[in-house]
Design a protein around this ligand. Structure first.
Ligand code: ARG
Length: 274
């Protein structure tokens, strides 16, 4: 009997502990300090925290340029927001089904995605680049042909490589996240990774011992702009567009940008896209 009771106590304590510690994984409540006019609603914001320096995990905490950016925008717009890392493919499912309110994940705005989702005004200029070992003699997009190329599934990187090699080409190795694509390169299973310039450049800078380099080819890869992604018809778009422009004007965007990239942003180029 005593044994039974103490087991029960143990079970209750253990599940309480689980609730207290386990559930918070990859989630972060962003307190914007504007609770009184936050419409009483906490927005659910989703990301794929495998894309440094835009979004990545520091312990259980989702951090990065995008995270600081969305915090500032949500605060400006008067919303409480909670950021959760759900993975790349799930972002699109969560937004389309309206289970999440906003996605921030270095998401390129393009015509295909615009058919299903709404996007904010652009907030970042990007392009795909090629990540290769220092000794590689790949010098252009064209020279990717005949090699195994690793990409993150469902990204513009995959799309760009398909344009060069052909759709569903056997040499294109697709991974659930970009870090896995880089691992494949490091293990010799791929000759290159194609992904957003800032991400591959950051990787090379942070991992000098891995002896990698970045190859650019502005002929093969287009200019892209990131946007916040909303469910089609979301009323948040107007508020968030206004807030993005407000932090362009009041210096907050430049402050965050300088913190992560060490240089001033080119606001004129971004604004010219609106
Ligand atoms: N900009 C690219 C795209 O929209 C890649 C984004 C990947 N983002 C991420 N968090 N994994 O397709």
């Amino acid at each position: 009997m005593l044994k039974k009771v103490s087991f029960l106590v143990f079970a209750v304590v253990a599940s309480l502990l689980l609730i207290l510690t386990g559930c918070g994984k990859d989630k972060e409540v962003v307190t914007t300090g504007k609770e009184e006019d936050a419409n009483g609603k906490t927005l659910r914001i989703v990301t794929d925290a495998n894309y440094a320096p835009f979004e990545f995990l520091e312990g259980n905490k989702v951090v990065g340029f995008d995270i600081d950016f969305i915090k500032a925008v949500a605060k400006e717009a008067g919303y409480e927001a909670k950021v959760e890392s759900v993975g790349w493919d799930p972002i699109f499912v969560e937004i389309e089904s309206k289970r999440a309110d906003v996605a921030v994940s270095a998401i390129t705005v393009n015509d295909e995605r615009k058919q299903t989702y709404d996007f904010s005004v652009p907030y970042f200029l990007s392009t795909n680049k090629i990540l290769v070992p220092e000794k590689s003699d790949i010098k252009s997009g064209d020279e990717l042909k005949g090699n195994s190329i690793a990409v993150q599934t469902g990204t513009t990187g995959q799309e760009a490589v398909e344009k060069l090699l052909g759709k569903n080409h056997k040499d294109i190795k697709k991974f659930e996240n970009n870090n896995l694509a880089i691992q494949e390169l490091l293990q010799g299973g791929a000759a290159a990774v194609v992904a957003d310039n800032t991400v591959v450049e950051e990787y090379v800078k942070n991992n000098p011992d891995q002896k990698l380099k970045v190859v650019e080819d502005s002929q093969a890869f287009n200019e892209e702009f990131y946007g916040l992604m909303f469910p089609k018809g979301s009323e948040l778009k107007a508020d968030f567009d206004k807030a993005v422009n407000a932090i362009y004007e009041n210096g907050k965007y430049a402050e965050i940008y300088k913190e992560w990239f060490g240089v001033e942003p080119d606001l004129e180029t971004l604004k010219a896209q609106q």
